[in-house]
Design a protein around this ligand. Structure first.
Ligand code: BGC
Length: 759
């Protein structure tokens, strides 16, 4: 079969990724800083800087202010440490701080620098604003379940409005790491397992954080992290080795970064992990050849937290000086938290190990970033304690949090139409997540507060529900008499709502789980309550896909509710009572068992695929399980009853430079309105490289009133059929393709075939 390779440039254009970036003013500014066209004032500043001051501009430290939730993330420090940090900043030994607390802190630091430092270069204030600032939105993977990138753009915009109001110029978000292994705790922080969702949500979040004008007082610079393949950690163990082919890297893990940069993201963070023996922080190929050479990324590369120092533990650097040299020469412009650049860069330059011109180039990039977020125009632009309070948790932001939470809920099962519940139902609300100020907002929030979140009991009662609350057990341990009390409450009720799952502290950084199951104490509670025979609605709390079993798996209804943020309880109540139908879809496959991980829907066929039907010998399946998900990627039910019919194509051959339009008719046979997410998948039947069983290429949310039929229509073009070919470049090959429009990756929906013709 002849193979036609597009040049990378044309492929990128075909994907429409480069356009936005090439015309963005941000790119022009950053690109200028990386070349001789640097604005004069930046060049003039660099010319006046000592080597120590240059190293200072490349050194970012955690805020020593501490307090609030930031204390849990930053090294503990009293005010005396903060005073010392002010003196460091005044002496030019710091480029900025991160994860401090608000405008009051920023005001003290920035004022000191502007009044007393030699060069008066403003500090930059960074923070992990991951899923909201004071108003907390659903954890990122939960929000992706909305299948609405535009929603993520709005929540990122609202987060920027609050956070920039608190003096924050730069967020360490979005995390755009693909997560194909649900044992990996940071699955909660990304867009799940799929590349298309990864790309669309990366770009949407960047647009949201950065807004139309990065210098505005409600915009923050974004940071696409963690570059790269952090989610490919062996056995899902956070920080662990990634050893993957360059093809998989380019086809699966890199596209969301590219999409983020195409949307104007001006910074990226080197990942902690190694790839094939080379830690990213020391990976010249990744950070320089690919990022700068191939992608022409003009922005700032920051290390992750002490990532450069960790080159010693990785075993590729002898000591701190060696680590600083390796990281800097690989392409890390700015060092986070280790202090290694400040300690060693000047000496490395003086001894001839690092060219000063390279240091100057990194400093120019950092100064250009500060210029871009408006700091040279007004260093106090985002620092105003009154505005910080005025922007915090405004009613419209809370309403958005509720909308986002509601749209993130995925109903994966609803036997006999047990949901929605009549408001008159007497509910036994059982389980460790039923009530109380914990495990509501999600774990990756520096400034949010569970005590300000709405728990489920409060949400149901506020909606007029009749609720008896019994914890029954703790998250990971039985409670004395807990099961007996729960069983009694279940017997006295019409329906049980069983809130089980994970603590929000079990996902996120360093939170890998070998078994992604409901903890034993909760499972025992579920079995005892199920034995009463009452209908059970499981409200799952989860930061990742879970492997469900027994009474939890077999419950009449299951709502996947992640950690939904500030408005959690209200949003769940709206769905439970049917004020709004569920409309979320799984962005991660729920396996039958933990042992299937890493499991992702877009796996290969293998040479021995298991055909539909009973398990056959010598085929690709486990002894005890099919090679499939319990709840598939893309799955999610509505309160309607949707059927798919009549796949039609405007032609059966796609011309090389043409399109093909694929449509299907969706009918809601149910008695209630529904928001259906129709998904278009393809499969390339024969190619020079093995192709996944299915790949998501498009999706659309379709509102269907009771009894309504609508046509959903998608247009495919050659660029949608790209893969990374034998020569490791984007490639399209002519031939036959399967196409499905379906409600999930495992559902047949409606199916057709077409042929791509080479002219
Ligand atoms: C995490 C990053 C985060 C940084 C700063 C690191 O441990 O991996 O995602 O941005 O800390 O808080």
């Amino acid at each position: 079969m002849p193979s036609s390779r597009l040049s990378r440039r044309s492929a990128i254009h075909a994907l429409g990724l480069a356009t936005a970036w090439s015309i963005s003013p941000l790119r022009a500014g950053l690109a200028a800083a990386a070349t001789r066209d640097t604005p004069d004032f930046i060049d003039a500043l660099v010319a006046r800087m000592t080597l120590e001051e240059k190293a200072g501009q490349l050194t970012l430290m955690a805020s020593a202010w501490g307090g609030d939730r930031a204390a849990g993330l930053n090294p503990p420090g009293g005010l005396s440490d903060f005073d010392k940090q002010i003196e460091d900043a005044v002496a030019g030994r710091l480029t900025g701080v991160f994860n401090g607390n608000g405008a009051a802190m920023a005001l003290r630091l920035q004022s000191a620098v502007m009044e007393r430092s030699r060069l008066k270069i403003p500090l930059i204030f960074a923070a992990d604003v991951i899923h909201g600032h004071r108003t907390i939105f659903p954890i990122p993977v939960g929000e992706v379940a909305s299948f609405e990138p535009e929603l993520a753009q709005r929540t990122a915009r609202a987060a920027a409005f609050e956070a920039a109001g608190a003096g924050i110029d730069w967020t360490f978000a979005p995390m755009v790491d693909i997560a194909r292994d649900q044992r990996w705790g940071r699955a909660m922080e990304g867009a799940g397992e799929d590349v298309l969702l990864g790309r669309l949500f990366a770009a949407a979040r960047v647009r949201g954080f950065q807004g139309d004008n990065l210098a505005a007082d409600d915009a923050m610079m974004a940071c696409a992290k963690h570059f790269a393949a952090y989610g490919a950690a062996e056995a899902g163990l956070d920080y662990s080795t990634a050893d993957l082919s360059e093809r998989t890297l380019r086809e699966i893990y890199l596209p969301p970064f590219h999409a983020a940069f195409a949307a104007g993201c001006g910074t990226t963070m080197a990942s902690f992990n190694e790839i094939a023996g080379v830690p990213s922080t020391a990976n010249h190929w990744l950070l320089t050849d690919l990022l700068r050479g191939e992608w022409h990324f003009p922005g700032v590369v920051v290390s992750d937290y002490t990532g450069d120092m960790e080159l010693i533990a990785h075993g590729v650097a002898r000591d701190g000086r060696d680590a600083a040299r390796l990281a800097f020469l690989a392409g890390v412009d700015m060092s986070m938290e280790s202090d290694l650049y400040r300690l060693h860069l000047p000496g490395l330059v003086r001894d001839g190990h690092v060219p000063e011109a390279a240091v100057d180039r990194s400093v120019r990039r950092v100064l250009a970033m500060k210029a871009m977020v408006g700091l040279f125009d007004n260093p106090l632009r985002r620092i105003d304690p009154a505005r910080e309070a005025a922007r915090s948790r405004r009613p419209e932001t809370m309403a958005l949090a509720r909308e986002a939470a509601r749209k993130s809920i995925v109903m994966v099962r609803n036997q006999g139409g047990v949901l929605p519940l009549p408001r008159a139902s007497r509910i036994a609300l059982i389980g460790p997540f039923a009530a109380g100020p914990h495990d509501i907002i999600g774990g990756w929030s520096v400034y949010g507060d569970d005590a300000q979140g709405v728990d489920l009991a409060t949400g149901l009662r506020a909606a007029g529900g009749h609720v008896t609350v019994v914890a029954g057990c703790a998250i990971d341990a039985p409670l004395p008499g807990g099961i007996a009390e729960a069983v009694a409450a279940a017997r006295a009720a019409d329906v049980v709502m069983l809130t089980v799952g994970e603590s929000q502290d079990w996902s996120g950084e360093a939170q890998s789980r070998a078994e992604i199951t409901v903890p034993q104490a909760q499972q025992q509670l579920a079995e005892a309550v199920a034995a009463t025979g009452k209908p059970i609605v499981v409200v799952l709390k989860n930061g990742r896909a879970l492997a469900l079993s027994g009474a939890v798996r077999n419950a009449a209804a299951i709502l996947v509710t992640w950690q939904l943020g500030s408005e959690s309880g209200h949003a769940i109540a709206e769905v439970v009572y049917g004020d709004h139908g569920p409309q979320g879809r799984l962005p991660v496959s729920f396996p039958y068992e933990s042992g299937q991980e890493p499991y992702h829907y877009d796996h290969k066929t293998t040479g021995r695929p298991q055909p539909p039907g009973p398990l056959q010998p010598y085929k690709a399946h486990y002894h005890d399980l099919p090679d499939a998900a319990l709840f598939a990627f893309g799955h999610g039910l509505t309160y309607g009853k949707i059927t798919y019919a009549d796949l039609t194509m405007d032609r059966t051959t796609m011309p090389w430079d043409g399109t093909i339009t694929v449509s299907a008719r969706l009918t809601n046979h149910g008695a209630r309105a529904a928001q259906e997410v129709a998904q278009l998948y393809i499969h390339d039947r024969v190619a020079s490289i093995t192709r996944p069983v299915r790949e998501l290429k498009a999706f659309a949310k379709v509102a269907l009133a009771a009894g309504e039929t609508r046509e959903v229509r998608f247009t495919l073009r050659r660029a949608d059929l790209l893969f990374i070919g034998l020569g490791l470049t984007p490639t399209v090959e002519p031939g036959q393709f399967d196409v499905w429009i379906a409600p999930s990756a495992q559902d047949d929906g409606v199916h057709g075939t077409f042929e791509l013709l080479q002219t």
